[in-house]
Design a binder for this molecule. Structure first.
Ligand SMILES: Nc1ncnc2c1ncn2[C@@H]1O[C@H](COP(=O)(O)OS(=O)(=O)O)[C@@H](OP(=O)(O)O)[C@H]1O
Length: 430
């Protein structure tokens, strides 16, 4: 299983790239606009109380319900690969850290919940069979399995389930670059070559084949090599609707954050973010129409999931918020992000990895992707520096630091990760 990197694959090809870091993704789509990267803020407020309105995401209450609105603090986020999920995770990390919430970390400080295996409660640090769980937030990469996931956040609370999707065309373009070391992509010179004759490269039985086909379908727990029959698709969509309260769309990241804040009853600052895990432009190229069509066909199951939930996403906005208020909220979010960029970032925006001065803020570089990062503005006062640093800390570093606060007591005097197994005490925060 995984350890240092966040993409633990096991293929022959990937072994050759073992020393490489982990990547992110890209690409604009023809039918939907690609959202521009967002930027962040520091959270505030909110007691750790729960008040969820039901399991059907389509019936979630809207923000006009403010009197009854208490910030939700029991959350499961399905971190779908290559879908802006690291940016969402940063939001959850910041919210949890500043409110002393507890995270369901992968066992032994790993970066994923034994992906690509199906999630099992035993993968979570501190899980004890038969004992009530004390965790608030589950958000590391996993392959979703509803019956097991429900074993996690306490049953006494109604837990909010959400996930994020990305247009499969963008997603595959990103995945090809980031997961170039996986079995299916390793020998393909380009995405076009791969798509021309996938059977030359793709073996359905390879343990890392999901990176090359229907990755979202796989992460939701379904068979990524399954038939895209109408009945199969219907069942899959129904299962997702039943399990999740909200499905976000990364092409409409800001609108997604507005929906999220409303559903969780959080404030604006809690959902402001800077885009994380973004590739620079050097490996991106516009895809010709025939390639776009091939990607859609090759990822038919993902395409069905995406188009369905893209449609219900906008139906929900129309029903619960309205386009006018949505665009006001989005503007407020963007304004706040711009303010934060001026406050926090030396260059006011992201920079190439070689320009990152503080190595602790260097994102994992993976596959053939070059992942952008940020420089903190020098001379910030302590409180502002801490708030800004949280916004731009890459996933692996942030996860490690929270894991250490939550699990590693001062009695721990081991040297390496292998010693983390000694540890022990579940604190309710830092
Ligand atoms: N705010 C926002 N809006 C739109 N898109 C965004 C945002 N934040 C990150 N991204 C893009 O998401 C891609 C990384 O996805 P993940 O973080 O899920 O990747 S990973 O699976 O965790 O490695 C990666 O895509 P590519 O750059 O195409 O590779 C990011 O650019």
């Amino acid at each position: 299983h995984e350890e240092n990197g966040k993409k633990p694959w096991t293929s022959r090809a990937s072994k050759k790239l073992k020393s490489q870091p982990l990547p992110p993704e890209t690409a604009p789509l023809r039918m939907q606009r690609e959202s521009s990267p967002s930027k962040t803020v520091a959270p505030q407020a909110g007691e750790a109380v729960e008040d969820i309105k039901g399991d059907n995401w389509q019936t979630l209450g809207n923000s006009s319900d403010e009197a009854a609105c208490k910030p939700k603090t029991h959350i499961v986020f399905l971190k779908v690969h290559k879908s802006a999920s690291s940016t969402v995770m940063n939001i959850l990390f910041r919210f949890g850290e500043t409110r002393n919430l507890t995270f369901a970390f992968p066992f032994n400080g790993a970066s994923q919940l034994f992906y690509p295996h199906f999630f099992a409660a035993e993968f979570v640090e501190g899980f004890v069979a038969g004992q009530a769980s004390q965790f608030n937030i589950l958000c590391h990469h996993m392959r979703f399995l509803p019956t097991e996931v429900r074993n996690k956040p306490p049953r006494t609370h109604t837990t909010f389930y959400f996930a994020i999707l990305r247009n499969p065309v963008h997603l595959m373009e990103s995945s090809f670059t980031y997961y170039k070391g996986t079995s299916a992509f390793f020998h393909a010179k380009s995405l076009e070559e791969f798509l021309q004759q996938p059977s030359r490269f793709y073996k359905a039985g390879d343990s890392d084949s999901q990176y090359a086909k229907n990755l979202m379908t796989f992460d939701f727990g379904f068979n990524h090599n399954g038939e895209a029959s109408a009945r199969h698709v219907q069942l899959m969509l129904q299962a997702i609707k039943t399990a999740f309260n909200l499905i976000l769309i990364s092409e409409y990241f800001d609108e997604s954050m507005v929906l999220l804040k409303e559903a969780l009853c959080w404030d604006l600052d809690s959902v402001v973010s800077f885009p994380l895990n973004s590739r620079d432009g050097s490996t991106r190229a516009p895809l010709p129409d025939f390639t776009v069509e091939k990607i859609k066909n090759w990822n038919k199951l993902d395409w069905e999931i995406y188009t369905h939930f893209n449609q219900t996403f906008w139906e929900k906005i129309d029903r619960d918020i309205g386009r006018k208020r949505m665009s006001q909220e989005v503007r407020a979010l963007q304004k706040r992000r711009e303010q934060l960029a001026r406050t926090c970032l030396q260059e006011g925006e992201s920079v190439a990895p070689q320009e990152i001065k503080d190595q602790s803020l260097l994102p994992l570089q993976y596959g053939q992707a070059r992942i952008l990062g940020y420089n903190l503005k020098p001379g910030l006062d302590k409180k502002t520096e801490q708030m800004c640093r949280r916004l731009i800390t890459p996933e692996l570093q942030y996860s490690r630091s929270l894991y250490t606060s939550q699990w590693v007591t001062d009695k721990w005097h081991g040297e390496g990760k292998e010693n983390v197994g000694l540890v022990i005490r579940h604190t309710s925060g830092k």
